[in-house]
Design a protein around this ligand. Structure first.
Ligand code: APR
Length: 232
């Protein structure tokens, strides 16, 4: 059999051991902030300073964080696996890139990117974004975090669906399976006959949809799985 085509979806849990908070665990980000205030277009329109401050704080934490063994194992898989590997992340940190992954699909955007709300131009975000910063392209004061907020369309969905329709293996790592469309990827993968694996500290909402579930910390379960796939 040709080398299996693998699609991986990661969530906040893969970055937890690097010190970045998850959303729905005890004391997580959504226990500290109201989603409607900091992760919706309406919240940004209502109080842009609160939103910009929220992402500035997360950008600063992410800048200081280091990738863990799970990020590094996925980079090794991408480099050494003969078949296709598509890494899709819901995370907006850059720990996959810092861990050596070259080709990361950030379906919920990225802290290190800024977006112009007027002309959709993107540029590298400053560590500390200012409200009303000028877009370098159209010079209007419409800079915003390049984050997909609730109610907005995730990025690169066509590319993700293409990869899922060709998947032989689909793995979800460190995600609670609460947010769609990401939480529905396992169904599409199952539909095309892929083997599906969930790797989580606690079972996700949609764990029953997976053929296999491996409980534990990502820094342990992911390197072990990558070793299995690479046969070493
Ligand atoms: N190793 C593996 N899994 C872990 C670890 C760890 N060390 N720590 C926590 N987890 C698991 C939890 O058990 C949980 O299932 O990570 C998952 C984190 O779930 P959420 O906090 O809901 O994060 P995520 O699934 O990525 O959220 C999805 O929701 O708010 C939106 O846009 C935001 O991208 C985010 C999306």
């Amino acid at each position: 059999m040709a080398s299996p085509s693998i699609v991986i979806l990661t969530g906040a849990g893969i970055s937890a051991e690097s010190g970045l908070g998850t959303f729905r665990d005890e004391g997580g980000l959504w226990a500290q902030h109201r989603i409607e205030d900091v992760a919706t277009p309406e919240g940004f329109a209502r109080n842009p300073q609160l939103v910009v401050d929220f992402y500035n704080a997360r950008r600063r934490q992410a800048a200081e964080a280091v990738p863990n063994a799970a990020h590094e194992a996925l980079a090794r898989l991408e480099a050494e696996h003969a078949g296709n590997v598509t890494l899709v992340t819901q995370n907006v940190d850059d720990l996959h890139e810092k861990g050596g992954s070259q080709n990361v699909v950030h379906m919920h955007g990225a802290l290190n990117s800024a977006l112009c709300a007027a002309c959709a131009h993107r540029w590298p975000a400053p560590l500390k974004m200012q409200v009303g910063a000028l877009c370098p392209k159209c010079a209007t004061p419409t800079a915003r975090p390049d984050i997909v907020w609730f109610g907005e369309i995730p990025y690169q969905m066509e590319r993700i669906e293409q990869a899922l329709t060709r998947a032989d293996i689909f793995v979800a790592i460190g995600t609670s399976g609460n947010v769609y469309p990401a939480a529905g990827f396992v169904q599409l993968a199952t539909h095309v006959g892929a083997h599906t694996v969930e790797m989580n500290l606690d079972p996700g909402e949609n764990v029953s949809l997976f053929a296999e579930a491996r409980a534990g910390k990502a820094s342990e379960t992911v390197p072990a799985w990558v070793k299995e796939v690479l046969g070493s």
